[in-house]
Ligand binder design. Structure first.
Ligand code: NAP
Length: 452
């Protein structure tokens, strides 16, 4: 009987699901899996991407933890692929690798002024409020009016957290620095801009409805955006999700406003043109072109240019994957080129032996966390069937990689370490009757994990 020594890079849902599925799959060989994660804690996007006031989605961590707690997957946290462990190291110790590194950067918005001070990618703000160790601790919210560009669920997350009062986020796991930053916020008006119409949004009804339930926040919609064309009417009539979205917005349009201290404006048919400068390199306004439906679900420009004064701009127009050392990368799509999870060399159009991908780095940053499971099944089935193409490592013994990391002085964290950090965060929350308070600095996370 052969044994598959597998490295998985990325301990988010994609990496953990793939590991779990492989361990449970019908196969004719033994499996031993090492999961490498660049952060000292596992769970990737669920810990550092899902908004803190979405406890139901955060709850996916419980299922992922059950998988890790079984103890049949070794985890090495705080280990960076390409620095602490290279592709050659993996070839030397494993039969194959699955990359499950997700898409954690922001897609670029190609308009002048996007580089100004006060113009941010949504991912940075999300990382800040989710207590990611590698982003600055402070986030200045010292402007009344801010813009969010995009009509997906990330745009709604960002807009909601910007509009919400800090005390309404206090019951969540937000770290102290995030609570303090939000409490000092001067934001009163959050303007969300979609380039198409209300019937072409990418966000989902549950997430939209939540905005209307925010304490002391008025939803502001503009009647000019609801003169639906035939394609929009058809979308509303034929798609249940669009129908519910339309219903929610119709209700809001009938609501009385003017009492709340904060407002969340939804603007549609607004194509970004430029972020304007205040003369000192800071964001001063957002310039956009009014669009109109083209009859086929798309839009065309009207030539009418508008401006809204804002002090900050957040682009939430999609995430983007990052290249991995020694692995092919599609710069246009931000993914590792692959066929059903088998990584492909695009020049030769041949499979790169031993290298696989799953999750957002495989299919791009779309779909919900649950979709990652079927994705992982596909990748895993190919690994199982590709036995003839696996690598032949010189040092497959489980201790060899531990010795290598020790030799290099890598301060890796493991499953016991995660339990230490988890217990520590839960204990921090207890006196305040909060489920947990996250530890943010990387060195502190590592020390607590390693019991130092
Ligand atoms: P997304 O759903 O793909 O939405 C991206 C938005 O950006 C779209 O409205 C798109 O408009 C717009 N956009 C793209 N390029 C643009 C440009 N150049 N100018 C103006 N607008 C532009 O991406 P996402 O919001 O990053 O979400 C990623 C995935 O995570 C999605 O599957 C999402 O549902 C999921 N997610 C779920 C939750 C949740 O709570 N359930 C939370 C966060 C994320 P067009 O449609 O016109 O292209």
């Amino acid at each position: 009987m052969t044994k598959l020594r597998l490295a998985v890079v990325g301990a988010g849902p994609a990496g953990i699901y793939a590991s779990d599925i492989l361990l449970k799959a019908e196969r004719k060989f033994d499996v031993s899996i090492d999961l490498f994660e660049q952060l000292p804690a596992p769970y990737g996007l669920v810990r550092y991407g899902v908004a803190p006031d979405h406890p139901r989605i955060k709850g996916i961590i419980n299922a992922l933890r059950d998988v890790l707690d079984r103890g049949d997957i070794r985890i090495f946290g705080n280990v960076r692929y390409g620095e602490d462990v290279t592709l050659d190291d993996l070839k030397n110790h494993y039969n194959a690798v699955i990359f499950a590194t997700g898409a954690i950067r922001d897609h670029s918005l190609d308009v002048p002024g996007v580089e100004l001070e006060g113009s941010y990618g949504a991912a940075s703000f999300v990382n800040w409020y989710d207590g990611h160790p590698d982003v600055p601790r402070e986030w200045p919210l010292n402007h009344k009016s801010v813009a969010v560009v995009g009509n997906g669920n990330v745009a709604l997350d960002v807009a909601r957290v910007l509009a919400k009062h800090a005390d309404d986020l206090l019951p969540t796991e937000i770290p102290d620095n995030v609570y303090e930053g939000l409490q000092a916020s001067q934001v009163t008006d959050v303007h969300v801009f979609g380039r198409r119409g209300p019937a072409q949004v990418k966000f989902t009804p549950l997430e939209l409805r939540e905005l209307g339930e925010l304490n002391d926040v008025d939803m502001v919609l503009y009647e000019e955006d609801f003169d639906y064309d035939e394609a929009s009417k058809q979308a509303i009539a034929s798609n249940k999700q669009v129908m519910v979205i339309d219903r929610i917005m119709t209700k809001w349009r009938e609501r009385e406003t003017g009492q709340a201290s904060r407002r969340l404006h939804l603007h549609f048919y607004a194509k970004p043109l430029e972020v304007l400068d205040d003369g000192q390199g800071n964001v001063a306004a957002f310039r956009y072109e009014r669009t109109r439906p083209d009859g086929e679900g798309g839009v065309e420009g009207t030539g009418e240019i508008r401006e809204v004064e804002i002090g900050q701009l957040y682009r939430a127009i999609g995430y983007f994957g990052s290249p991995l050392d020694g692995i092919p990368f599609d710069k246009k799509l931000g993914i590792v080129p692959n066929h059903e999870g088998r990584v492909m060399d695009r020049k030769t159009n041949e499979q790169v032996h031993g290298v696989y991908a799953t999750g957002w780095i495989k299919r791009g940053p779309i779909g919900l966390i649950g979709h990652t499971k079927s994705d992982a099944m596909e990748t895993v089935s190919h690994i199982i069937n590709d036995q003839g193409n696996w690598w032949t490592p010189d040092s497959p013994e489980e201790q060899a990689i531990v010795d290598l990391l020790d030799e290099r002085g890598v301060e890796y964290t493991d499953l016991d370490g995660w339990h230490n950090l988890d217990a520590h965060e839960v204990a921090l929350g207890e006196p305040h009757e909060r489920a947990r308070i996250k530890v943010v600095p990387r060195d502190e996370m590592v020390k607590i994990s390693r019991g130092e």
